[in-house]
Design a binder for this molecule. Structure first.
Ligand SMILES: [Zn+2]
Length: 373
């Protein structure tokens, strides 16, 4: 039933995407969710698509809602134009509250007689009433249930500690008090296996049983890497939020940085943007403050001790000596300290951190600036 529901959701999503695109190009019309819901009822009555009625109608309507969200994200500049869902990609079906029952122990979806056989990763909060349930199947053929509930999360008691974080390349995160966490080479072993599986997949004959098997193997290794990465990010973001009242980070434009191919692997590896996202919502949950510093703030190039800003600092330079005050800096630690200083300045005066007066030294370019902290 799930497989059939996934197929129908995908069909409806793709059909509605096509309908919206055509309506726009042919008639300059913008089809709304409600117009599409009416068209969907007609579609189910047609003989060649009557099989859409074999599954619950709720996930099909939710597929239209998902498309609506995708278009809103597109029109508001947050995402690219929606694309068709593929048969071999991640599959999903969302059930609103009227399409499942929850008795505190068992979850039963519409059109199913028996409850789902779930291995719980953690218990649901006692007495909660789920408002929506999403079932997904990933490319490694694993099924997941995510359940939306409302829960009151208590703030942690305050601590008198603040920290600045910098994205390291040798380590995932380096803090302004000198701690390093996580090592990107954590995945080196998995990546070796992945390379091997990918080569086997590429060699297998197209359309053969072996190729499908090899494909699944590749997907499983990808899934394992993603799981381990997410797991270590969650542990670390929880730890940092628990231990500090104020956390300052640099908001990097990862998209731009990943285009730099020498670095692409290292940066996507450490998954900085996902990590910052976790810090943000956990800070809100637990009553902490997360301060994001804009990318253009020269945290790496600025000497923390005297404020001198270097003209340039290429990524291969791990440590440098300040030409003005002579202090020797570890690149990442110096950056983390600057991030903290800039973040605290923001929280103190409520202003954006802008590089201050231009300070030109004889023989240096006028671009070298002194930033105030
Ligand atoms: Zn200095």
């Amino acid at each position: 039933m799930l497989a059939r529901t996934f197929g129908c959701c995908r069909y409806v999503y793709n059909w509605a995407l096509r309908a919206r695109t055509d309506a726009f190009f042919q008639r300059g019309e913008r089809l709304s969710y409600h117009q599409l819901a009416v068209l969907l009822t007609d579609l189910k009555k047609q003989e060649e698509t009557a099989w859409l009625s074999e599954v619950s109608s709720v996930p099909l309507q939710q597929a239209l809602r998902h498309l609506d969200r995708a278009f809103r994200n597109f029109f508001e500049g947050r995402a690219a134009y929606p694309t068709f869902h593929k048969k071999h990609g991640v599959q999903a079906a969302t059930y609103a509250a009227n399409a499942f029952t929850w008795d505190g122990k068992h979850l039963t979806l519409a059109r199913m007689e028996t409850p789902l056989d779930i291995h719980w990763s953690r218990p649901l909060p006692k007495g909660c009433q789920p408002t929506s349930v999403t079932i997904t199947k990933d490319c490694a053929n694993r099924y997941f249930v995510s359940i939306l509930v409302e829960e009151e999360i208590k703030h942690l008691s305050g601590v008198n500690k603040q920290v600045g974080l910098d994205l390291g390349l040798k380590s995932m995160v380096i803090t302004s008090d000198g701690h390093t966490y996580g090592n990107p080479t954590f995945f080196a072993q998995d990546e070796k296996k992945l390379g091997k599986a990918q080569r086997r997949h590429a060699r297998a004959k197209k359309g053969s049983q072996n190729r499908r098997k090899a494909q699944l193997k590749v997907a499983r290794i990808h899934a394992r890497i993603a799981d381990r990465r997410r797991d270590s990010q969650h542990k670390l973001s929880t730890e940092i939020i628990r231990e500090n009242q104020i956390v300052c980070v640099e908001s990097l434009h990862v998209k731009n940085m990943v285009q730099n191919h020498t670095l692409a692997k290292a940066i996507s590896d450490v998954g900085w943007s996902e990590f910052v996202r976790q810090l943000a919502y956990k800070a809100e949950w637990y009553g902490r403050t997360l301060i994001k510093i804009d990318t253009w703030y020269p945290s790496s190039k600025r000497c923390f001790d005297c404020g001198y800003v270097l003209d340039s600092l290429t990524l291969d330079i791990r440590s440098w000596t300040c030409p003005e005050c002579g202090v020797q800096h570890d690149r990442d630690l110096n950056a983390a300290k600057n991030v903290l200083a800039a973040g605290l300045a923001v929280s103190a005066c409520g202003e954006a951190v802008r590089p201050g007066a231009v300070k030109t030294k004889p023989g240096t370019s006028p671009r070298s600036r002194k930033a105030h902290s």
